[in-house]
Write a protein that binds this ligand. Structure first.
Ligand SMILES: Nc1ncnc2c1ncn2[C@@H]1O[C@H](COP(=O)(O)OP(=O)(O)OP(=O)(O)O)[C@@H](O)[C@H]1O
Length: 582
């Protein structure tokens, strides 16, 4: 019920269309109820009294009535679809907007396939109910009760007698509703899992092929497909059992009506016209009850799909500007202070699990270039993820220009931090659009300037359409290093006071890396830069190097200072020197 009420709220902006559609539906129902009564007049007053004028009037009346009803139903269907589309439109937009605002903590766990299936199939199920099922159900109920009222007026005894089997029909419907609901719940969930399998397979197709796992993946998909097939067949079995039974009960209603009507006509307690009208009216009882089975299907599907959408909508946005004072980020110059920062991921227990970062205290001045070194998993990426508030610190403070990052307006803060992440993501758009992603209004000169700094300009020039070349999804068509350089150009173009390079040159050859670093020297001027790198060549120009181990800063100093100390830095240096000598 709660789900229904919540869905109804989405209809509020379309109130006038709901009113129009309901009014037209009621009008259609009323005309449907009047028609058999007119037929009764044809028999009783026309044929009965041999008055062909009355026959003609009522027959013409019936034609007009059908025309009016058809026109009404056209507009009713249109208005109803409009309501359904409006609901889906706002639900889909709301879901998409919410997905944009949810933090990394949510996406760390979310399954893309599940989200896709909620955004498409589940929302479509909701539309089918709002845009068609709900009104059809309402129309059925109105027709059912309206018919009974009309029949009671004409011949109440026959009406009550032929209603005797209706409770059986209602019971069959009640049972069907109870059983089909869980089946639809399972089907919606299975569709989500099926889409997840499909999405993961397509995204990871290179790994699948490289490890020759096509057969295994195929089996995985088939087993989920089978599950879905089985559940759908279970549901179909429920329908196959319930629908003929309902038809049978409906048949009983008809037979009872025919028998008792004939009996009452023979006894002179019912006119022939009423007998004919009852033939028609009986369908006003049987039809809604039979259709109710299908409508319950549509409703249950929507009632199981809607909570899946609401679940995402109800996930709180844990990182937003509302927690702070929304300081204007435009004033950011780039002094960064980690003040006793500790960080746990959401699924960790801060009481028992060691922090991903623990007691980090570090002051970085505007324009300083800081290299962050450490073995894999030591917390380097996590450290910089806190800067842009991809995650919030668990304790301690992270300040930029003396202001807690949580007190900045979030979008502004992120625009002031240019990040070249470990894994580059490029959109299926032109190279120009990809570089200008953060600054869509950038001029061609600015884009080319950034591309030159990232050592990618001359390569772009050789592409068939230069900066207008469309690169495939995720940058297919570019090598790993080229993709990384496009991402670097994207960050440089933002002209941010803080630049973060997370293994930003790991995929390029050493010669290109050194050229990029030459260019970056100028780019980094005046900007606070964090460089995460494994190669010492990438960090030799850093003003300061910090070494992380197990989430703690274990070494800190200049290249020379650290070289003179025993520790991670010196052993890394020796390892790399030995490797290059080989
Ligand atoms: N979303 C997450 N939830 C829970 N733990 C995570 C999550 N992401 C990373 N971790 C853990 O946090 C630790 C630090 O990860 P982080 O990515 O910061 O390391 P890193 O030093 O950048 O490693 P690398 O050099 O391999 O990129 C790792 O032990 C990792 O397993």
């Amino acid at each position: 019920m709660k789900v229904l009420i919540r869905l109804m709220k989405y209809m509020r902006p379309s109130t006038r269309w709901v009113v129009l559609s309901t009014a037209l539906m009621l009008l259609g129902t009323l005309l449907d109820l009047i028609a058999p009564w007119m037929l009764k007049q044809v028999f009783d007053k026309g044929i009965g009294d041999s008055n062909m004028k009355i026959v003609l009037v009522f027959v013409l009346g019936l034609i007009v009535l059908q025309i009016v009803k058809s026109l009404g139903m056209f507009w009713q269907g249109w208005a109803q679809e409009l309501v359904g589309q409006n609901v889906v439109y706002s639900l889909r937009s709301q879901l998409y907007n919410h997905l944009q605002r949810l933090s990394f903590t949510y996406y760390d766990k979310a399954q893309t396939g599940q989200l896709m299936s909620r955004m498409t199939g589940d929302i479509e199920s909701v539309k089918n109910f709002i845009g068609f099922g709900s009104m059809a159900m309402f129309m059925g109920v109105a027709t059912f009760f309206g018919t009974i009222v009309f029949m009671l007026f004409i011949q109440w005894k026959v009406t009550l007698l032929c209603m005797a089997s209706v409770p059986l029909l209602l019971f069959a419907l009640y049972r069907f509703n109870k059983q089909v609901g869980p089946a639809w719940g399972q089907i919606r969930e299975q569709m989500g899992r099926l889409t997840t399998t499909l999405q993961e397979n397509i995204s990871g197709i290179r790994v699948v092929k490289a490890f020759a796992r096509e057969k295994v993946e195929q089996n995985k998909f088939e087993s989920r497909n089978d599950q879905n097939f089985e559940t759908n067949m279970e549901r179909a079995k429920l329908e196959a059992k319930a629908f003929p039974l309902m038809n049978f009960y409906g048949g009983i209603v008809f037979v009872t009506m025919a028998w008792f009507s004939a009996y009452f006509v023979a006894k002179g307690q019912m006119s022939l016209g009423s007998f004919m009208a009852f033939q028609w009216y009986t369908w006003g009882i049987i039809w809604p009850l039979n259709m109710l089975g299908w409508q319950i299907n549509i409703m249950q599907q929507a009632l199981k799909a809607a909570p899946r959408v609401f679940e995402v909508l109800d996930t709180p946005v844990d990182i937003n500007s509302e927690t702070g004072n929304s300081h204007d980020a435009n004033r950011i110059r780039g002094n960064v202070t980690f003040d006793g920062v500790t960080f746990h991921f959401a699924d960790q227990n801060p009481e028992t699990d060691p922090g991903i970062l623990e007691g980090i205290s570090l002051g970085v001045k505007q324009g300083e270039v800081i290299a962050v070194l450490g073995s894999t998993g030591s917390g380097k990426s996590s450290l910089i993820a806190l800067l842009s508030r991809f995650y919030d610190v668990s304790s301690g403070r992270l300040l930029i220009d003396g202001i807690d990052v949580r007190d900045y307006e979030l979008e502004g803060l992120r625009r002031k931090i240019g990040i070249v992440p470990q894994e580059t993501f490029l959109f299926s758009a032109t190279i120009r659009e990809n570089i200008a992603y953060g600054v869509p209004e950038a001029t061609q000169e600015q884009i080319e300037w950034a591309a030159r700094k990232a050592q990618i300009h001359s390569f772009i020039e050789t592409m068939p359409f230069g900066y207008d070349t469309i690169i495939g999804e995720r940058g297919v068509g570019l090598s790993g290093g080229q993709r990384q350089r496009v991402a670097l150009a994207r960050a440089i173009l933002m002209d941010p006071p803080i630049l973060v390079l997370d293994e930003a040159t790991a995929s390029v050859d050493t010669a290109t890396e050194s050229a990029i670093h030459e260019e970056l020297l100028e780019v980094m001027k005046g900007r606070t830069t964090f460089i995460i790198a494994q190669r010492l060549s990438s960090v030799k120009r850093a003003d300061r190097i910090i070494v992380l181990d197990g989430g703690k800063i274990v070494q800190q100093g200049t290249h020379r200072e650290l070289f003179e100390e025993e520790g991670f830095f010196r052993s890394l240096f020796k390892q790399q020197e030995a490797a290059s000598a080989r």
